[in-house]
Design a binder for this molecule. Structure first.
Ligand SMILES: Cc1ncc(COP(=O)(O)O)c(C=O)c1O
Length: 407
């Protein structure tokens, strides 16, 4: 497929917006959340205008239509990550909830005092805090696979850490700060050989890379729709069926039960077992439409385009004396950088005055920033709708920052 990426901007109405007089939005914060194409907005609108009803319960036409649309969305999401069946996909609120679900259900059921959980130093707080909560509750140990100075994982240290037979290995497939793409298949294979359960935080990889979860063979994969052109309020957890079947439920309520008596309850089959209460129906439909949109472009093409822009961005920033952290290869479209003593919040504010949206802070990865001795960084991140022109605008905006700070 030969995609002309320069034409894709027009699919996103917000990208036509002026954020200040004469300053059109240059959106460089897709790692935090992506923009939505018209097609996703239309899919959700159509559901509300023509099919709005609760699902799985009604025997009337619009409820049956809504149920079918919701389940079709699940099918699309499952196919997108190459899951064996739609039943492997549980809809959650976001990647964070997906990771909490694993820690609080699988973790609570199977982890015992003294067990070790292995994470990495480059994790987002979403893949640290749920494990810390369950570790405090059950007296577990958490160890962190080190990140090397170049932003890659220390795989030699990882292999040694596996000798201690951790029960869980949970890691990000792409760092939201360093852009590092981790060798997920290899990490999974080694963890399985050591007898550990494998959880992948795919919040950044599923939107930006082709991900085949059957090939990677991890036990769980968590991701969010809003980071892949879909709406907020919905995410997914992929899990292997035998593991999901054996796990206790997460939340209790309607839809997740087969039978309730005054004495107790039995659960529905997976995935309903993990979807208590009325779900985000319109959002699931929007998620399905987002997957259609990404498929119409192609994930290989998207990854190639972003990596090309990131490479160009890296060269341009370094040419103007800015320090970008993270590896030089095996990286996605994320550039976190520091500029002398200028605070990232000042940088982001000055860029905003030019219409350029970037993120400043620790990006929910405080321990990683601590490790690199940085309280905060400025982060520019790219998606399918960005171009080299956006990088040029960023560089121009940063020149203004330098002038204002006399650097
Ligand atoms: C690597 C990573 N994991 C998890 C999350 C959490 O995603 P959400 O806030 O959608 O749950 C993010 C969000 O930035 C992320 O970048």
């Amino acid at each position: 497929m030969n995609i002309d990426f320069s034409t894709l901007k027009k699919d996103f109405p917000i990208l036509e917006r002026e954020v200040h007089p004469g300053k059109q939005l240059v959106y460089l914060d897709s790692t935090a959340s992506t923009q939505k194409p018209q097609l996703v907005l239309d899919a959700m609108d159509e559901y509300y205008q023509k099919h709005n009803a609760n699902i799985h319960r009604g025997v009337y036409t619009i409820s049956e239509e809504a149920t079918q649309m919701y389940e079709e969305a699940r099918e699309k999401v499952a196919k997108f990550i190459h899951a064996p069946s739609r039943r492997n996909v549980i809809f959650t609120r976001n990647a964070t909830e997906s990771l909490n679900l694993v820690a609080f259900t699988w973790g609570r059921a199977y982890l015992k005092k003294g067990d070790t959980i292995l994470l990495t130093e480059m994790e987002h707080h979403s893949n640290i805090v749920p494990w810390q909560i369950i570790a405090a509750e059950k007296e577990l140990k958490i160890e962190f696979i080190p990140v090397l100075a170049d932003g890659k994982l220390d795989l030699q240290a990882y292999e040694l850490m596996l000798n201690k037979k951790p029960k869980v290995v949970s890691f990000t497939h792409m760092s939201n700060v360093l852009g590092t793409i981790t060798p997920a298949k290899r990490i999974t294979e080694l963890a399985h050989q050591a007898g550990a359960l494998v959880v992948i935080d795919g919040a950044q990889s599923v939107p930006h890379l082709p991900v085949d979860i059957t090939d990677i063979d991890a036990d769980f994969l968590a991701f969010s729709a809003h980071k892949m052109c879909g709406p907020t309020g919905i995410g997914a957890l992929y899990g292997k069926l035998d593991i999901l079947n054996a796990m206790p439920p997460f939340l209790g309520g309607g839809d997740m039960i087969r039978k309730v008596t005054f004495e107790g309850f039995t659960t529905s089959d997976v995935p309903a077992k993990f979807e208590a209460g009325t779900p985000a129906i319109a959002e699931a439909i929007g998620f399905g439409a987002a997957v259609d949109y990404l498929n119409s472009i192609g994930m290989e093409e998207i990854a190639r385009h972003e990596q090309e822009i990131a490479k160009y961005g890296l060269e341009q920033l370094e040419a103007s004396g800015i320090k970008v952290i993270g590896p030089r290869e095996s990286r996605g479209g994320v550039l976190s950088f520091v500029m002398d003593e200028i605070h990232p919040h000042d940088i982001a504010q000055i860029l905003d005055s030019e219409g350029i949206a970037v993120r400043a802070g620790h990006h929910c990865a405080q321990p990683l920033h601590l490790k690199f001795g940085l309280p905060a960084t400025t982060r520019a991140s790219f998606y399918l709708y960005n171009s080299k022109d956006d990088v040029n605008s960023l560089v121009k905006g940063l020149d203004k920052v330098k002038q204002m700070f006399d650097r």
